[in-house]
Design a protein around this ligand. Structure first.
Ligand code: ZN
Ligand code: ZN
Length: 124
């Protein structure tokens, strides 16, 4: 008998709790890796071990927690780095010649890169 697998990862994607994610991001041909070795770990620990973000559909609570921890960590040295631009801000500024918006981590008005991240900036 096989053990129940708790975690699946999609290379370059997210960690899921199910072979077929109900979020719909996994297709028939999507490559999935099962992680029986992570069965005993909590979702946040498993994510840290693999180095991929948790799927927001499979781990709604934990995914949010990880995001906040990442934002707090990014702020540790006095700079915000790799802060993701919330989609509601992105929708408003995407067509600007030089997009910028309010960083959710520190409240500064910051330039936004083409990758949808706030540029690294010092916290006020
Ligand atoms: Zn999922
Ligand atoms: Zn900031």
């Amino acid at each position: 008998m096989h053990n129940q697998i708790r975690y699946y990862s999609v290379p370059g994607g997210h960690i899921h709790s199910n072979f077929t994610c109900r979020g719909g991001s996994i297709g028939v041909f999507t490559q999935r890796i099962s992680h029986p070795e992570l069965n005993s770990l909590s979702p946040t620990k498993a994510a840290a071990r693999i180095g991929l973000p948790l799927c927001g559909h499979c781990f709604p609570g934990e995914a949010e927690q990880v995001k906040q921890q990442a934002a707090a960590k990014a702020a540790d040295d006095g700079y915000c780095t790799q802060v993701h631009v919330p989609s509601e801000i992105m929708a408003k500024v995407a067509r600007l010649y030089r997009p910028h918006g309010e960083c959710p981590a520190c409240g500064r008005d910051v330039a936004i890169s083409k990758l949808g991240k706030f540029r690294k900036h010092k916290r006020p």
